[in-house]
Design a protein around this ligand. Structure first.
Ligand SMILES: Cc1cc2nc3c(=O)[nH]c(=O)nc-3n(C[C@H](O)[C@H](O)[C@H](O)COP(=O)(O)OP(=O)(O)OC[C@H]3O[C@@H](n4cnc5c(N)ncnc54)[C@H](O)[C@@H]3O)c2cc1C
Length: 54
């Protein structure tokens, strides 16, 4: 069965993994260029801040 997952944040990636575990056929839709949602954005922000402080 095909399944649409809206977003590639932590919730979307987890939902996608669960779908795969259940033998479903998920397609993940993410409107930004990066996956990981807020976790990725926070990592990116902290990396830039750390670089600026050096
Ligand atoms: C400053 C800060 C620090 C945090 N620290 C922690 C921590 O230490 N530990 C912890 O466990 N949690 C932490 N959190 C909380 C954690 O980041 C969130 O609970 C978690 O990221 C939520 O995941 P999510 O997938 O539900 O949403 P999000 O991470 O917000 O992902 C949503 C995704 O959906 C996409 N999207 C939105 N609308 C659409 C659409 N219409 N079509 C396609 N894509 C769409 C967005 O681009 C985004 O990539 C923190 C949050 C913040 C803001």
């Amino acid at each position: 069965m095909r399944v649409a997952v809206a977003d590639e944040g932590v919730s979307g990636l987890t939902a996608t993994k669960c779908c795969l575990d259940e033998g479903l056929d998920p397609t993940c839709f993410e409107w930004s260029q990066d996956n990981g949602g807020l976790w990725w954005k926070l990592h990116h922000f902290l990396t830039e801040m750390y670089s600026a402080l050096q």
